[in-house]
Design a protein around this ligand. Sequence first.
Ligand SMILES: C[S@@+](CC[C@H](N)C(=O)[O-])C[C@H]1O[C@@H](n2cnc3c(N)ncnc32)[C@H](O)[C@@H]1O
Length: 224
Amino acid sequence: MSTMSTPLTQELNDYLRSQFSAEDDFLRTLNAEATAAGIPAINIAPEQTAFLQILLRSIGARTVVEVGSLAGYSAIVMARVLPDGGRLVACEFNPMHADFIRRKVVEAGLGSVIEVLEGPAAETLSAHPLLAHGQQEIDVVFIDADKPNYSRYFEMVFPHVRTGGLIIGDNALAWGQVHMPNPDSEPNNVKALRAFNDLMVAHPGLQTTLVPLGDGMVIGLKLA
Ligand SMILES: C[S@@+](CC[C@H](N)C(=O)[O-])C[C@H]1O[C@@H](n2cnc3c(N)ncnc32)[C@H](O)[C@@H]1O
């Protein structure tokens, strides 16, 4: 018996995507409409969808914050598995994206679950009641916005995540360049993502792992 890992080839990833995705026709149509509206196709990968839903279900998540919502794909994926009374706060900077999200959220029947905060997340979130002094109600934070600010978002939300809650950062593999001292492209973003992984894994209040699905998710479980 070997302890060697199996590198994920394109064929294996195709298998994963075809067998273990929670993407449905609604989400495929959402992506097609987003592309037609000029929104870039930079949402999470289908193979991340079922995994995120399992994470949320497994900790009984009721309250989720997403930083960076694009066209609403990942927000809808996560909101679909919240229990009655659950809610997801979706932070989106771009007004055109925010309009699109609001429309799709209603179409998805999630108008009473997803709240769209339009504007720079550092500002909209800091004014939100979930981040009020002493509040520790957040079960999951999914960070997927401007890469240089991941650490800032982390510092803002961490005190408001409950013990046993999760902080998840997308693009943890930095488009396959996270390990490169001199990345080929987007060096500032790659360095910011590496710094965020370092922050998460060294944090004494978290147990952290990196799951190589999609472009990778760094996941920290809040210990206390
Ligand atoms: C990678 S996309 C998010 C994808 C989305 N999570 C999904 O998988 O469906 C990043 C989004 O973050 C938004 N964004 C960038 N800077 C932001 C900021 N300072 N505050 C809030 N949103 C921001 C961008 O406008 C973009 O829509």
